[in-house]
Design a protein around this ligand. Structure first.
Ligand code: SAM
Length: 346
């Protein structure tokens, strides 16, 4: 006989309905629901007016958000049902413009990433990304598809930048980097991590190396506050162009985009560009030994199947890859989140 309280059954139902949770989050964000509630508690009718949405749909969305802890329901004053207010989670992470906002990341996940996930079956059958089906771009070059328009390039860069508002300081203080005078963030995107690094180590020279288009976008759209230490932007192809000489090369979420052979090629180039005492700071999700977990890193590996040529890796794999490029002294430190930091020195 069945038991609806069976733990396995409940877990199954949680998994089966997981996409609905994401959809509530994406839709509430997209409609501007959290900004509408930012000034203070509002009843449904007022939220619907602010969003230009139906009272019925708005009430059901607000109730679902309350059930998920994205908003909180309080007794209303007017007879129009409860008043809804932000929770700590939504106030900190879901308001556009808040210092820790993850809204660009959510927009990216709701767009390209969700569309690619819709083609997971094809990706598993064929063992490669599905951009032709998902976004109508027939290419196997991940960054040709990811950067298929200037709007997509900008959104991708903003999405990845959101991570550093939460992780930046943890990543950069996991090891003492004060001895490195010349630091290059290879595949450094918008430059957010490099900028945080320059603020922590203002006497070091910090640069970002990324494709010409990304560098041009970073210069045009990611202005730094006045008084911030300068960072240099260098455009090129990290598989072909000369890499700058540095004491420390940062590679954050870069190796997981590539096959073992491509990653080895890139690390080899970095190993040759760096001086004798140079080092590598890797920032990636790290799989447990044998690659059985953690679950979110395994899901990220599937995203890499869908959107890149790579996958997530274990510490042993990172250690071996770094050593093959000459970076043999290897240490790993957690950050408390999905991304971890590994320092490998020659
Ligand atoms: N490090 C950044 C972060 O973690 O936020 C960005 C990571 S993103 C997943 C990978 C980066 O590698 C992108 O900024 C992309 O433009 C860059 N990239 C990809 N192929 C490249 C190439 N051939 N030469 C230089 N940069 C490249």
């Amino acid at each position: 006989a069945g038991d609806p309280g069976d733990g396995d059954f409940r877990l199954l139902m949680d998994y089966a309905h997981g996409f609905m949770v994401s959809q509530v989050l994406f839709t509430a964000s997209d409609l501007g629901l959290f900004e509408a509630l930012a000034p203070g508690p509002l009843e449904t009718a007022a939220v619907a007016r602010a969003l230009g949405s139906s009272p019925r749909g708005t009430r059901l969305l607000l109730d679902a958000c309350a059930g998920l802890g994205l908003v909180r329901a309080e007794p209303g004053r007017g007879g129009g049902g409860p008043a809804f207010t932000l929770t700590r989670l939504s106030r900190l992470f879901l308001l556009v413009g808040s210092p820790l906002s993850q809204r660009s990341m959510l927009r990216y996940l709701a767009g390209t990433t969700a569309r690619c996930w819709g083609e997971l079956g094809g990706a598993v059958r064929e063992g490669r990304s599905q951009y032709a089906r998902a976004v109508g771009v027939a290419t196997r070059e991940p960054f040709v598809a990811i950067y298929r328009s200037s709007a997509e390039r900008l959104l991708f860069m903003r999405a990845l930048q959101d991570t550093w508002s939460v992780y930046g300081a943890r990543v950069l203080t996991a090891f003492d980097l004060s001895g490195f005078r010349v630091i290059c963030d290879v595949g450094g995107g918008s430059g957010a991590l490099a900028a945080a690094c320059a603020r922590l180590h203002p006497t070091s020279s910090v640069s970002v190396f990324d494709t010409h288009d990304v560098i041009a976008t970073a210069r045009a759209h990611f202005r730094r506050p006045r008084g911030d230490p300068p960072i240099r932007f260098l455009g090129g192809d990290f598989f072909r162009s000369p890499l700058p000489r540095a004491d420390l090369y940062i590679l954050a979420r870069v190796l997981h985009d590539w096959t073992d052979a491509d990653a080895a090629r890139l690390l080899g180039r970095i190993g040759r560009a760096g001086g004798r005492g140079s080092a590598l700071l890797l920032v990636e999700a790290v799989l447990t030994p044998g690659g059985r977990g953690p679950a979110r890193a395994l899901l990220l590996s599937l995203t890499m199947l869908l959107q890149t040529r790579g996958r997530e890796r274990t510490e042993a794999e990172f250690r071996a890859m770094a050593a093959a490029a000459g970076f043999t002294r290897f240490q790993r430190r957690p950050t408390g989140g999905d991304l971890e930091v590994m320092l490998a020195r020659k």
